[in-house]
Write a protein that binds this ligand. Structure first.
Ligand SMILES: Cc1cc2nc3c(=O)[nH]c(=O)nc-3n(C[C@H](O)[C@H](O)[C@H](O)COP(=O)(O)OP(=O)(O)OC[C@H]3O[C@@H](n4cnc5c(N)ncnc54)[C@H](O)[C@@H]3O)c2cc1C
Length: 323
């Protein structure tokens, strides 16, 4: 018999945004460690369940970004999607969808991860911060901006851009809250919906989150986020991406012609990016599939060309702002 998890937490609230998207609010029996802020926004935790219906499948644990802010010590929120086509035979999301408020579960109350402002963009960096989230990839960014707002209700987030992509407008979780924060802090919130041919009532931006970086849409993006035409380059902005491999790969690729340097070691090596070039694009991936197929020689060759053009662009912009 497989080893079981010892439950140490309770699901105190569950908000179903759609049948496949929910916020799970969890309260650990022993509370959270320390005093005050107890983790760094952007970090994740491991949560788990035992399979009660099929005990022979045992336990399952998965990492989940913490959606609530670290100043919140009474509970921990997770923003989770039910995965239709899981890889394992004991998917956590299927077990989570079977539990209701009051259920017991496991939470490893030991937040981990370096997808934080401190470990990526740098806390004092004055450049525009672009957060690009696909679906539940919003979670780490929620934690980041909620924490900033909680620490200072007058905080100026006008240099923060929150791009949130979803298939349907109903899947844009936390939309009301994002609109509210945008109004209160000056944060630029850019929700976008990809299946507008079905979601015909949606009147906002159409396309996937990463489509904001298509060459033909950069001008519109720059206007919306307050940059001059052609002004989206690493001298002016940095980008954090969270979600699945497709979103990450396309964003990294589309930013290369503007000179944005990815943080990922393998991508840097494949594109011969010099060590001395500091990254401006960071990501957290939900899956293990590489965001760019680095064995695809023609693709890598074309990305190297984009990068060369991007580095020239970057230098031109730096020279322009220095003159
Ligand atoms: C650092 C980190 C943070 C994460 N944070 C979150 C989070 O905040 N919310 C969240 O819902 N998930 C998050 N995940 C994904 C999560 O850990 C699981 O992979 C996911 O819940 C599926 O687990 P499962 O056991 O149900 O499916 P498994 O049997 O483990 O199947 C895994 C498969 O599911 C796919 N998958 C994972 N997430 C999605 C998704 N959202 N949509 C479609 N396919 C998906 C993967 O590509 C993979 O192929 C995070 C993953 C990592 C590594």
């Amino acid at each position: 018999m497989a080893k079981l998890l010892e439950y140490n937490a309770t699901l105190i609230k569950r908000v179903d945004i759609t049948p496949k998207l929910a916020i799970f609010r969890v309260k650990p029996d022993d509370g959270v460690p320390g005093e005050g802020a107890w983790f760094t926004p952007g970090q994740y935790m491991v949560i788990g369940l035992n399979n009660e219906k099929q005990p022979e499948l045992g336990r399952v644990q998965r990492p989940m970004s913490i959606a609530s802010e670290p100043e919140q010590r009474d509970f921990i929120d997770f923003y989770i999607r039910y995965v239709d086509h899981p890889e394992s035979d004991n998917p956590l999301t299927h077990l989570l969808w079977d539990i209701q408020e009051g259920a017991r579960m496991y939470a490893r109350v030991r937040p981990t991860g370096k997808f934080t402002i401190k470990d990526t963009m740098g806390e004092d960096d004055p450049r525009v911060r672009i957060y690009l989230a696909a679906g539940t990839g919003l979670a780490p960014f929620l934690s980041i901006v909620e924490s900033q707002y909680r620490n200072d209700p007058d905080v100026d987030l006008s240099n923060t851009v929150m791009i949130h992509g979803a298939s349907y407008s109903a899947d844009l979780g936390y939309r009301e809250r994002m609109l509210e924060l945008a109004e209160k802090t000056g944060m630029k919130y850019l929700p976008t919906v990809s299946r507008t041919h079905i979601d015909t009532g949606w009147k906002g931006a159409s396309g996937r989150a990463e489509d904001w970086f298509k060459a033909e849409r950069l001008g519109e993006l720059e206007r919306l986020i307050g940059l001059p035409e052609g002004g989206l380059h690493p001298g002016a902005a940095q980008v954090l991406i969270c979600g699945l491999q497709g979103t990450i790969g396309m964003t990294v690729q589309r930013l290369l012609p503007r000179g944005f340097i990815p943080d990922n070691r393998k991508i840097r090596r494949a594109l011969d990016i010099p060590e001395k070039l500091h990254p401006d694009v960071y990501y957290e991936a939900y899956d293990t599939t590489p965001p760019i197929d680095l064995d695809d020689a023609p693709l890598v060759a074309s990305l190297k060309n984009d990068l060369a053009a991007g580095l020239a662009y970057r230098e031109r912009m730096a020279a322009q702002s220095a003159s």
